[in-house]
Design a protein around this ligand. Sequence first.
Ligand code: FES
Ligand code: FE
Length: 425
Amino acid sequence: TLDRTGRPEAGIDAGDLVREDRIHRGVYSHPEVFDLEMRRIFNRTWVFVGHESEVTNTGDFKASYIGTQPVILTKDENGEIRVLVNRCPHRGSIVCREAKGNSNFFRCPYHGWTFKNTGDLVGVPRRKRYPEDFDLSELNLQQVPRVENYRGLVFASFNPEIEGLVGYLAQAKPYVDAFLDLSVEGEISLSAGANQHEYPGNWKFQMENGVDGYHAMFLHDSFFKIQARSQDRVHARIASRDEGKGWTEAFSNGHAILAREAGDKTIDELKSAHPEYFARLEEKHGPERFRELMAQMNIFIFPNLYLILNQVRVIRPVSPTKTVVNMYPVMLNGAPEELNEQRLREHEEGFSAAGFVGPDDYEAFACVQEGLKAESVEWLVLLRGIHDEKVLENGSRWGQPSDETPQRGQYREWRRLMTMDGEAK
Ligand code: FES
Ligand code: FE
């Protein structure tokens, strides 16, 4: 039912566009696919909207998105974190134009309606010109119905019936815990802010890429060469590739991991660089768990969150061929300043606009989007390692580090949600 441009002749059947080992080019460029993704994926799942450390004080707020829908994360006077829809009930303007800040009120820039950070409409200019029975309480900012905070990671969902967040994290949860446990006192902090990239390509390129062990050895080769010459860059833990056992895993709900265990060399390097901090961490968790925490992990939580090496990365789809990515260097609470400082420098070195890692990926995504304009070739191939993918006891699927096991898992979930009728499950 697809014409040669990948457009469906009559309506979209997303099920036709994704097979176990093939993806149709229309998945990355078709406007109808994108619209359906926003409704059937981003409106149905838990979506990461921000971190507790971004709204620490009463009145703090941060603008965010659920798919393409603007929302605001606020901390109200009772200390409750809320997620409000950033859309004035009057005639539709966003009410919050700042990326972040502190205010107990939002005043709409268009006609000046004013809302508390709980969402309540509290002021309407020239109110007398409204009918007498005009009821302000019916015109509050909408609340996103479900909000949950897991160890500082705040997720929201437009799906009132969605399962609890912990259940949703499924087999990825122990890895999420390991990522967060790197902070010795309390939880991690994203207080250093983010650097933002916008790339001319589909959001799923980033979804696939963060757990793609295949491209690293080729696309990032120059980075590994530079790194090999440097002595003190061990905290990003982009470890030497011959060290520790690596693997990929596709979990339930589209989550995935690309991981490499820490070898003795990495552990020794870390310990000798910051002996006190890592001794505290090891004491807190015991040597076995400590080794797990030192592993190199790229954890994907479907559909928009990565916990990746020393950063939190958030994917925001803008249009079929435009995506914004926010990368937050993760600061460790209880760590000496030099350690966090070093993590920041490494983050810049890898992922700033002039970094050695991130920009190469974004360039590759632009290349793919350009290549997909070749209409005569319809399918992309997702075959790598399919012949010896293993199903583990916990139901996840296991592959070698450079296999396309995680991507096949992501698209199984994509297909499941995209072919499920209705707006919410
Ligand atoms: Fe917000 Fe009119 S659109 S006050
Ligand atoms: Fe990469």
